[in-house]
Design a binder for this molecule. Sequence first.
Ligand SMILES: Nc1nc2c(ncn2[C@@H]2O[C@H](COP(=O)(O)OP(=O)(O)O)[C@@H](O)[C@H]2O)c(=O)[nH]1
Ligand SMILES: [Mg+2]
Length: 289
Amino acid sequence: MNNYQWYPGHMAKALKSMREDVKSVDVLLELVDARAPESTVNPNIAELAKGKIHILILNKRDMADDSVTKRWLEYYKGKNINAVAVDAKSKEDIKHVNTLIDRLADEKFSGADTRLAKAVEAVGGKLKDRSIKIMVTGIPNVGKSTFINSFAGKAGTRTGNRPGVTKGKQWIRIRKGRELLDTPGVLYVKPLSEEAGMRLAFIGSLNDNNLNIDELALDFLKWVIVTYPGTIIDRYSVPEEEALETMEAIGAKRGALKRGGVIDYEKTAGIIIDDFRNGRLGKMSLEKP
Ligand SMILES: Nc1nc2c(ncn2[C@@H]2O[C@H](COP(=O)(O)OP(=O)(O)O)[C@@H](O)[C@H]2O)c(=O)[nH]1
Ligand SMILES: [Mg+2]
């Protein structure tokens, strides 16, 4: 059976909630994982982002292979897609996102606002400055909450509930003329292939409770030994052999043993996956353009 299942029920429910919120939004910041941008992209984004500024944020760039991330950015540029690579915890990177939003918002809204302002003035009125509304979206575990915290910063003040936003959600005024929805839009993806599902599982975007962790770690070892040779040797000081032998060697080395000295596969698998997800195996990309 395929270890990398998805759940259409979640997807439909999440989409419904997001469709409501997105109505009052000008800018959609779509977070994907810089290590696997293609597999972590939102399936319904084209529909949701229609008429809005859409920026692809390749998050966790600090965990990805820099040369591959650079290629992804060139790839998106070639497709006229706004994309920027960030580490959500870096102030400097957050600044880059703000600069990009300002530039795109100026291009898109300024002209229209000026014309509208002139028309309003002509009849003796004054146009009230309207805030640009920003929303973050992405599949599970791409760093939405972390990004929102950094992006809102200390200056972020809640501006209270307003019509058009789902109950329990609020706008945060992040600076003059910019408001951010405090809750991200979560969407789920149907993996396009078993490999895509595997990548989602590696990075923790599929529910671990539904995964066979031993199988996941074996798949990961198979992949990493071929793609980033030397990684396993460096980290665990064991030879890189067949995935199963390598896993057993890691288990033995780390003392992940059951009664009688047999390898505890589940524990060993947990160590490997945890090391990868916490960046302890080094910077790696799972997909190339
Ligand atoms: N290294 C690194 N870790 C990140 C980054 N952004 C988020 N994380 C980590 O990724 C995990 C999931 O982040 P979270 O914000 O909860 O993701 P969400 O499910 O999309 O809200 C957490 O352990 C974060 O600390 C990043 O840019 N770099
Ligand atoms: Mg979250």
